[in-house]
Design a protein around this ligand. Sequence first.
Ligand SMILES: [Zn+2]
Ligand SMILES: [Zn+2]
Length: 311
Amino acid sequence: MCSERMNRLCDFIDRKVDDGTCLPIVNAAHSSMRNIGKFLVFFVYFISTFLAFTSFFIIIPYEQLYKPTWFLALLGVIGFYFLFMIQYHYYKARTIPPVQNPGEEGDAFCEKCNYWKSDRAHHCSVCERCVLGMDHHCIWINQCVGLHNHRHFFLFIANLTLAASIIIIAGYPSFYDHIFMETSENTYCTTILDNAPLQNVICDYDGFARTSVVFCYLLSGILLVMVGGLTMWNVYLISIGCTYIDYLRLTGTKRKTNARKRLNKGLKSNWKNFLGLRRNRSFFKCVILPTALPPILFENIHSHSDVFDVV
Ligand SMILES: [Zn+2]
Ligand SMILES: [Zn+2]
């Protein structure tokens, strides 16, 4: 009953969009999304700077009360690595445009672009173009995730999830001492710490250290749940060889499910294709190191072949 009503509502909205009645509202919504996206890009940089500052200058120096120096040095190195990888892949995901739709006569026709649309392309109303291998339009990078920037997007969220996990596990004593500050024996500002170059400056501002540690820890928890969930969902989709749009488009009937199964080249091949581990490219070079790769396209895009890489 509920879904019937929802379907009728969707049909009504589709009709109004098609006949142009809602066009000003739809255009305003897409324009707002683009503007919100610009703001969110700065927000991501602000949040990642805050997390890095709190981790390196408050949490790691404070953890010397609980952990050996060699372990904290290792945490510092790993932290720098993740910070660099997160910034690198975020920048690439945001600035590399997904591959343009290579459609040609005989393919489906996109009335919005007024051009032919190839099999694996999808029209994005916010970007106002057809995107090859489109996964979704992401307001956090202010463009579509599609063929070519999908790999960077995935490595960005995977590295962010791992970094948040490390803060949650390694920073728990700091969080505990500062959230229950009234009963704690030690806090960042009441302990003399070695290798804490900004301790005096930070502790000049009343409550700054406590607020930063608690907020950093809770934010890492939120990131772990939300970005971690998105990462796991992407892991599943990559493992079955399709994008989110493919999943939506090819779910429902047996014919659609069979078409989706044909995109699945097997777990190992799907991951190798997605990460670009072809032509003698190694996992170390393409995943562990920050590496940008040229897109690998269809072997023969117009033969409706299933050979397709999402890089
Ligand atoms: Zn289009
Ligand atoms: Zn888009």
